[in-house]
Design a protein around this ligand. Sequence first.
Ligand SMILES: [Zn+2]
Length: 537
Amino acid sequence: MKTSPLKIYDTTLRDGTQGEGIALSVTEKLLITERLDQFGVDYIEGGFPGSNLRDINFFAEVEKLKLRHARIAAFGSTRRAGVAADQDAQLKVLLDAGTPVVTIVGKTWMMHVLEILRTTAEENLAMIEESVRHLVANGREVVYDAEHFFDGYKDNPDYALKTLTAAKRGGAANLTLCDTNGGTMLDDFRDTVVRVVREFGGENVGVHCHNDSGLGVAVSLAGVAAGATLVQGTVNGYGERTGNANLMTVLPNLFLKMGRTAFCRANLGQLRELSHYFDELANQRPNPKEPYVGASAFAHKGGLHANAAQKVARSYEHIDPAAVGNRTRVLVSDMAGRSSVVMKARELGFDINEQTPAVKGVLEELKRLEFEGYEFEAADASLKLLLARRLKVHTPAFEFEGFRVIIERRGPESSLVAEATVKVKVNGKSMHTVAECVGPISALDKALRLALERAHPSIKDTALSDYKVRILDSRRGTNSRTRVLIETSDHGEMWGTVGVSDNVIEASWEALCDSFEYKLLREEEKKRAAGKKTGDA
Ligand SMILES: [Zn+2]
């Protein structure tokens, strides 16, 4: 049976921002809107204009964006009890938002009608129908979010269905069934959706699920299997409490496993990028364990797995990682044998095999470094430099001679200043530079740049994008060893480097040097590749 395309409804900017630790400015919300539109979701719920000024500003600005496909929705609730729809302040704010779509939430569950709204069953139905009708009469496409639908249906199925009938009579384009508390189990969920689809037809039924029972994705898929055709969710599953249904998992499951499609199907290969883009803007650490898009989703550790995955990817991978924009990673760790090291080296572009004499030395050095606290899983660039040095295919672009950092406060009123002095030899010439900054690491970064930029202007293109400090043995208190991971980017690439020391400044210095050295190694490689091309021609 051929199924029609699904509608994907993103509520990251509304429900997703209810999550702990997620706060987005208007500009960030606009950037995410553009990105979601590029990706091809059908609806983008922008916020709750009745709740705060920021969302009102967002709707004023979002009108100016030239979106290619997505329709913007403003979110609110049904009119208040006892107030005519055209007199209701909140519905007016929703219309003022000027969006093509308005999504309103209404009560399904009698307990909420009587105890929270403190109104009657009849008035609640009138509130739903009249609110929808008023919005439709003003030219809006209305998505009706049936709050606590599954709990309400369990308690009183007839009334629950009546609320949907009211919304439909009002002219709602879609009836979305919400598992607001996220407590519904799979069988109940599916049976309920089957019933609603039977009564109302699947073409205008949607699902909106939360992850409180760890089933946000599962029940969303069950809803689609039962006939729903619109799926709500958020990027990376952000949302209040344990979050909403994670679209980064829902979408590949629908498209790759269940044979369903939607407008954004063509862009599934950008899924990982979308996931990371959101994390970056929302200042969240990407979850490496996130299905499909996480850094560990296709990472193989240990000789046997890595070896098999390399030969036939399908042997240890449920999909081709490229389908969601991810890739297979071989992890080099102290579990690794010769073959993993060789595979990793080949992945990083070195032409070696198990018989290459340097491999033994590399393996020994890796084991020693990992024992000291180095970790290369997020520091491919440091690993690549280590290999390049060992295999003697790269001469360091600069030599370390010394550094000094002074931190001082020049009086009770003045602010803290860090001054770094760096001495390095570049192309045989000693460079001695000084820089001041608020923090010691940025001061070192600045001083080292000054020393390198004249001989290597491309250093100017790089920027530090992330800096992480990890205390390795916290039981040793201030004597603990420290691992620093630095992420650097230029206009097209991003790379990680690592440093370990008893002193956080020294660990940072080590990671910093590697990050610049890596940039220069890449330049060298690009030049070599370009030379080869002209040579061949
Ligand atoms: Zn919700």
